[in-house]
Design a protein around this ligand. Structure first.
Ligand code: HEC
Length: 132
């Protein structure tokens, strides 16, 4: 990962044969394809510029976010709408939030329009599950 979070521009090409192999394996396994946490890590680069572990990060840390209560980190100043949201970040709530942050928590301060490709959402959630 680079400092500015733009990252991995070379890696999709480098890992192409492996990804192709993974896709073939999933196709062979049938339509219920497993979400791909490796690709989720790439999708997460869109989040990582704000959700880093740096003390001056714009967003709260997302390590261990799966199962966490909303607005639970002591060292982050959440907006009032987020403080009042009273959610648990389970898979369903996280999904709805990343697809349309303003619809899920009206007035929250995350400056992000939402993720629209359903496969990207699946893969991102798979990655967040293992982000500890
Ligand atoms: C431009 C900066 C920015 C980007 C990009 C961004 N976020 Fe956020 N995020 C924030 C901020 C700021 C908050 C706090 C919002 C508030 O308090 O209203 C937040 C809050 C959250 C929360 C709630 C965390 C908690 O502790 O309750 C989740 C979950 C989250 N973001 C997920 C994501 C995901 C997943 C992505 C990428 C798809 C993403 N964010 C992209 C800035 C960002």
């Amino acid at each position: 990962m680079t400092e500015d979070g733009t990252v991995l521009s070379s890696s999709p090409r480098a890992s192409h044969p492996l990804r192709l192999a993974a896709i073939l394996v999933m196709l062979a396994a049938g339509p219920a394809t497993a979400a791909d946490a490796e690709h989720g890590k790439v999708v997460f680069q869109a989040c990582a510029s704000c959700h880093s572990e740096r003390p001056d990060a714009i967003g709260p840390s997302l390590r261990g976010v799966l199962g966490r209560k909303s607005a639970a980190l002591e060292d982050f100043r959440y907006s009032n709408p987020m403080k009042r949201a009273n959610l648990t970040w389970d898979e369903i709530n996280l999904r709805e939030y990343v697809i349309d942050p303003q619809a899920k928590v009206k007035g929250n301060r995350m400056p992000y329009g939402g993720l629209h490709d359903p496969n990207d959402v699946d893969d991102l959630i798979a990655y967040l599950k293992v982000l500890k």
